[in-house]
Design a protein around this ligand. Sequence first.
Ligand code: GLC
Length: 548
Amino acid sequence: MPDLSSRDPDWWRQAVVYQVYPRSFADADGDGLGDIRGVTERLSHLAALGVDALWLSPFYPSELADGGYDVADYRDVDPRLGTLDDFDAMVEEAHRLGLKVMVDIVPNHTSHQHVWFREALAAGAGSVARERYVFRDGRGARGELPPSDWQSVFGGSAWQRVPDGQWYLHMFAPQQPDLNWAHPDVRAGFRTTLRFWADRGVDGFRVDVAHALAKDLTEPLRDLGDPELSGEEALTGMAPGSHPFYDRDEVHEIYRDWRKILDSYSPPRMAVAEAWVPGARRVLYARPDELGQAFNFEYLQAHWDPGELRRVIVDSLAQARAAGASATWVLSNHDVVRHASRLMLPEGTDENAWLLSGGTAPGIDRAAGLRRARAATLLMLALPGSSYVYQGEELGLPEVADLPFATLQDPIWEQTGHIRKGRDGCRVPLPWSVGGPSYGFGESGAWLPQPEWFAGYSVEAQDGVEGSTLELYRRALRLRRKLLEGETLTWAEDGPDGVLQFARSDGWRCVANLSGEPVALPAGEVVISSSPLEADGRLGTDTTAWLT
Ligand code: GLC
């Protein structure tokens, strides 16, 4: 069994990693914004939960044009969130508690406030400083049209004009200019940044938009012809490696270079790619000589459907094995509707329309959503590989779908001209206690409004309470340590329809009932179930159990 507490270089292969979105986790200085000291003070919650590591979303200096993914300085802490000393103290305390620490690296773009971009603007067209980014003259008689038809992920053209008439590329918000990865300064800068954090004791890195760094910028730039083709979804229909800015073959060379740096540490630093590309291509980022791991978004995107889930699990395990990586599983993160709500949306629901309706069309029964979310989690935690859990899912938090429009902070809302509501509903600051100005998040308010029903989901309301979601996660994570033998599973083919059933190598079995009816359990001792068994001992609908 891997010894997660030791210097085992493979600790991450079957770890449970807890994602902290720092501005929404805990606010120690009472300014309404979560901070690093807040994380340190709450590390005991993570240790008691039984996770192996925490991953911090960006805490770097940022004007928050994209919730911190617009980084002004990669080697510092945002003064509103603390100092480098606070960060070091956090790492030290995490390690004392046996928790590994991962940080987010955002290499595709900087903030427009980054010193490189300020230099580029000042230096003018044709300057060496502009070559670190993607500046071009516009089309049209006076250069008044963008250099290509590429669209930003957040809506609108991916090009922004500057006062001297040139345009720069931004795949995300205009405040996030894309870097030119063909430039040696960019390569050297990120090598230094990786070493900066690894030297401070950081155990791993999550690589933001890992699939977008290499771009085909040969002139003339290639128009896509259809705005839809600027989206990651377009990759499914295109020849691998043929998109001008996503998932190009050249990108892998960057990660092979990084791997040498990561492997120069003892133990080697781990890394995980955020790459929204189809599975067989995605695992290329996870090869042992590259990042080692890649988030598996097919699992997150799967519906609560036994056939679809099984297919995704089988494919994901096979693809990870073929790449020499371990599989990963994710149900929620800071970019998607929380799974206690999402899994209840009927197939084909437009999630954005649902958010715009304030979560009323269709309405979701919160208790039913929680039941399903708990079953999905217990299924995920039984799978071989790593699970990434997002802060608040251990409390069973649903999406806050009815945030008033006036409170929205996600740039998607403004940039789409109020068409897409964005991701704030999963970023509402956590409830730690049943009362107080922000349910224990801090001494004052919270930067996004928390609904009154948060009290009932708070840590205080669930701690030590038999049957609570928090206690379910704690127990499951304790039991899971016994499941870490091997990275394979064996499906049972004799179960009822709508039931997923498999065994792990040491005979542990997981049974998930996605059918509409209670089902009989196979022989064995039930060590945990996501909801109580039926009075007659059967496994209810939307329930998962582990048996020995
Ligand atoms: C990633 C992050 C997301 C961010 C985007 C741009 O997808 O997860 O939050 O907006 O990159 O950095």
